[in-house]
Design a protein. Structure first.
Ligand code: SF4
Lengths: 472, 203
């Protein structure tokens, strides 16, 4: 029987089976500050770490985005400082490489993993963070796990998994100008719902996906979790191989050739059967804006807020009403009439160099009307952006150009919305309180966020003349 | 881990769908050491009104459900992040079993690692059980893990399904790492072979 990309990765990683679960070999495990619970468990149970070289630590969730030259000591809040110190001491104790403050490759784990060559096609990658799905853009089976499972991988280099069902999402056709990979994934979540892919690994397919850059594919895979899937994958192609070449720990020399010839086999064979298929026509998609408190509450920038009174299902109706109340919005209000207070461009969804290039194109020569934070995903992204002069464009427009980390995506480093503040954000979750208690989040693409920064409202960037030239 | 065989306890309805891990356990509390006790953070923000007062509409704030150890929740319960604090908060609050039409996958896996039962029931079943709990005095429910059954306050018995491994872990309070280390030789053999076939992947 022809096999899928997913089947190929799965079958090369099964150590043994138990009922409907397999013990899966894990090639890489990614840790962040919150992994302190896992290290606690390792210590409490007196265990050793099986292969510290296959684990990588990241300081990203808690690191400050300002006054970085002061280092860890410069972190005012003792609890936050403690989190950054914990990952530093835990990784040092066990001989795990840390991408910490001051490291040339410090940054968000899902940005640095691919950048450093930790992420490779065909690997099984487990991360202490649900957006580990991002790494699937290079053709890896990558998924998030909780602290107990992190401890399990550290101790055994394996995890028990029941094989997920497979869902193929085919996106085809030409995108409208200004429609980015972020809009593709938001549109998918709207189509299948935030629980729509629970139990599935998604494989993205179709000429629209082929056409996306590797970084844009990461945005799609990143938010697979918001559709309920733990993993999203794109079969690696020439773009992926080119992306891999020369990364610090990517294979090189004869190993590169050997890896490459294996990677070329990592595709779904014609005639393979998926448990479920979803098809989307790219031409139907316009820039998307979330209006509620769940990523499935999303609509077209040209549309208006849906009316709960039109909803038949009382449960859904209740949820919509609660969301509108929290968001301070009214049914039938035009999306383009919403007044914004702030803009956040960053997060593992949209803080890579291509995201920043597009944001800079939109903001060049303009002035931000509302406070705007731009947080690159990593030191490398920051450096590249600065070498291209993007930081100058942002500063001249009046935006803040900050140091890499998760920042206001989750607000735990102290970068937060005030209660009642409304932000256009390029991150991935618009849950109540996600960006700060009482904060109101609208998820959008980087180009949409940049345009919103200039006018203080959502703009239909598809109608911008220059949108045609953006590579999104 | 404490074995879970039979649970006789108060059960509470939670009529919200898509309850996410940020609602279960807001991100700003993740940096708290577990030793402080996570019960105080469970549903921290939805338990309170915007003004910070206790929201009496929220079921778990009602006296009759205060000591609940069992939850009958809405669909997609525990969606969102991988933070295990969401489970610690439930556990530290006394919860040992959650029933819902569906669960966030990472959350359900985290529950199992901590000896908290998660099992799916049809939406209709959940709705009627929730209704029953509202009227029952007390809303006492009994969960039999071995039989995979729930006895409701009315005396009615409802069955649920557990994966055999999940059941074994729960009933014996097994530590999964110990179980997996029994396969140590198999893992080593796998690694040797993996190193030969995919030498560039082994660091
Ligand atoms: S940027 Fe946001 S979603 Fe991504 S890893 Fe950080 S906190 Fe999580």
């Amino acid at each position: 029987m022809p096999s899928t990309l997913f089947d190929k990765i799965w079958s090369t990683h099964v150590v043994t089976d138990r009922g409907n679960e397999s013990l899966l070999y894990v090639d890489r495990v990614l840790l962040q500050e919150n992994s302190f619970h896992a290290f606690d468990k390792i210590r409490r149970e007196g265990r050793t770490i099986r292969n510290p070289k296959q684990a990588f630590g990241f300081s990203d969730h808690y690191v400050p985005t300002r006054n970085r030259e002061l280092g860890v000591e410069g972190i005012q809040d003792p609890e936050i400082r403690n989190m950054v110190q914990l990952i530093t001491s835990d990784t040092a104790t066990y001989g795990i490489e840390l991408f910490g403050l001051g490291h040339d490759y410090q940054g968000i784990l899902h940005v640095v993993g691919p950048e450093f060559g930790i992420t490779q096609p065909g690997l099984v990658i487990a991360g202490a963070d649900s957006h580990t799905s991002t790494h699937g853009a290079l053709g890896a089976y990558a998924f998030g796990i909780g602290s107990s499972e992190v401890a399990h991988v550290l101790a055994t280099q394996t995890l028990w998994r029941s094989k997920p069902k497979t869902l193929r999402v085919t996106i085809s056709g030409q995108r409208k100008a200004g429609v980015s990979s972020k809009d593709l994934i938001l549109f998918l979540i709207k189509t299948i719902g935030s629980g729509g892919a629970v139990g599935y690994a998604i494989e993205y397919y179709g000429d629209t996906i082929d056409e996306l850059s590797v970084e844009a594919r990461m945005t799609v895979c990143n938010m697979s979790i918001e559709a309920g899937a733990r993993a999203g994958l794109v079969a690696p192609d020439k773009k992926a191989f080119d992306y891999m070449q020369g990364r610090p720990i990517a294979p090189n020399g004869p190993l590169w050739d050997q890896a490459l010839s294996y990677w070329r086999t990592l595709k779904t064979e014609p005639g393979s059967v998926f448990d479920r298929e979803v098809r989307i026509e790219a031409k139907e998609i316009v820039p998307q804006v979330t209006w509620g408190t769940n990523p499935e509450m999303v609509t077209d920038v040209t549309g208006c807020i849906p009316d709960p009174d039109m909803e038949q299902d009382p449960e859904r109706k209740g949820r919509m009403m609660r969301a509108l109340e929290y968001m301070g919005l009214n049914a039938n209000q035009l999306i383009q009439s919403i007044q914004l207070d702030r803009v956040f461009i960053g997060s593992c969804t949209n803080s890579r160099i291509e995201d920043l290039r597009v944001a800079a194109q939109v903001m060049k020569g303009q002035t931000c009307r509302i406070p705007t934070m731009i947080v690159p995903g990593s030191e490398q992204v920051k450096r590249t952006a600065e070498s291209e002069g993007l930081d100058e464009i942002f500063r001249l427009a009046g935006a803040e150009w900050l140091a890499p980390g998760c920042s206001m995506c989750v607000g735990i480093n102290g970068d937060m919305l005030e209660s009642g503040e409304r932000a256009a954000s390029t991150s991935n979750r618009n849950f109540e309180g996600r960006q700060g208690q009482g904060g109101r989040t609208h998820l959008v693409s980087p180009a949409m966020a940049a345009a919103a920064s200039i006018t203080g409202r959502f703009e239909n960037i598809s109608s911008y003349e220059e949108a045609r030239s953006w590579s999104l | 881990m404490e074995p879970l065989i039979q649970l006789n306890a108060i059960a509470a309805p939670l009529r919200l769908a898509n309850v996410n891990t940020d609602q279960l356990f807001p991100a700003r509390f993740i940096k708290k050491p577990r030793a402080v006790g996570y019960a105080q953070y469970l549903f921290h923000d939805i338990r309170r009104t915007d003004a910070g007062n206790i929201n009496t509409d929220f079921s778990l704030n009602q006296r009759k459900f205060e000591t609940a150890k069992i939850l009958f929740a809405g669909a997609n319960f525990g969606s969102g992040s991988s933070r295990e604090g969401a489970v610690y908060a439930l556990y530290d609050s006394g919860f040992r079993a959650v029933f819902a039409p569906s669960f966030g996958e990472i959350f359900a896996a985290n529950c199992l690692k901590n000896g908290v039962l998660t099992a799916r029931l049809e939406q209709e079943t959940i709705l009627s059980i929730q209704e029953g709990l509202d009227h029952a005095q007390p809303p006492q429910v009994s969960v039999n893990v071995d039989q995979e059954s729930i006895t409701l306050p009315s005396g009615e018995v409802v069955d649920f399904d557990l994966d055999p491994f999940q059941k074994r872990c729960l009933m014996n309070g097994l530590n999964e790492i110990d179980l997996s280390l029994e396969f140590n030789d198999a893992i080593t053999a796998f690694e040797d072979n993996h190193r030969k076939t995919f030498p560039w992947t082994m660091l």
